[in-house]
Design a protein around this ligand. Structure first.
Ligand code: DC
Length: 234
């Protein structure tokens, strides 16, 4: 008998720009799950810090950010028309602004802060407490939902990930060079995997999905097969 898919918790972790959100959105759509983009939450905190002038001559004003944290309200809301989940920061739609290269460059430092992580993890656990969710991030299977029903660890080569991100940014009209994007991908890999607080690592029971050579349909088919093998879907 297939288990109740509506209550399932799927954790997707992995390197930046390796297509986690595409798989997460496809699974959400296929099974009617709520998609929680945890990276968007760290990006929203970073955007707040930038827009509120919490950067001084020596970089991020960490104590100021900690003081401001209770005033940062982040909501992930599904747009009724497009069906896409969008990020709202203090009642303002920030979905596009949180994807800029400036935010991408600064977000690793912000997401390495223990007080930021503590708050975001609490919010994520609250959002997913009743199941029926698919989350993507770096610490979902290890910290946020270690009891998740299915854990995926996704990866792809840095060059392939940078190319995908570069194409996405150019399509949105951002003027960036491929080299700058590749540099950003590599530096985020390094910071995300070596930070003291919840570094990116594969949970022991996570399945590895390297999608360097898989297209969208093929990777969804692969995940569907994993679910089927575990009697989660027919
Ligand atoms: O998935 P993304 O590229 O949008 O994530 C942005 C940054 O946030 C990434 O550099 C690492 C961090 N992040 C994290 O530390 N923990 C998460 N659960 C999700 C993202």
């Amino acid at each position: 008998m297939p288990k109740d898919l509506q209550k399932i918790t799927i954790a997707i972790d992995g390197h930046s720009s390796c297509g986690k959100s595409t798989v997460a959105k496809d699974l959400a759509q296929a099974f009617g799950l709520t998609y929680i983009d945890t990276g968007a939450m760290y990006r929203a905190v970073t955007l707040y810090a930038i827009e509120q002038g919490l950067y001084g001559p020596n970089g991020l004003l960490v104590t100021e950010l900690e003081k401001a944290l209770p005033h940062i309200q982040i909501v992930l809301r599904k747009d009724k028309e497009s069906g896409q989940v969008e990020t709202w920061l203090n009642q303002e739609l920030v979905e596009d602004r949180i994807r800029s290269l400036e935010v991408s460059t600064k977000v690793s430092e912000v997401s390495a802060l223990a007080f930021v992580r503590k708050r975001m993890v609490e919010l994520q656990q609250e959002m997913g407490k009743n199941g029926g969710v698919v989350l993507d991030g770096r610490d979902i299977g290890t910290v946020v939902f270690p009891q998740a029903d299915l854990k995926l660890f996704m990866t792809a080569s840095p060059e392939i990930r940078a190319q995908r991100r570069y194409d996405e940014m150019r399509a949105k009209g951002e003027k960036v060079s491929f080299e700058a994007v590749l540099e950003n991908v590599k530096s985020r890999d390094h910071i995300d995997s070596t930070r003291a607080e919840s570094p990116l690592r594969k949970a022991d029971d996570a399945l590895v999905l390297d999608n360097s050579r898989l297209d969208r349909q093929a990777q969804l088919a692969w995940v569907m097969k994993q679910l089927k093998d575990r009697s989660w879907a027919v």
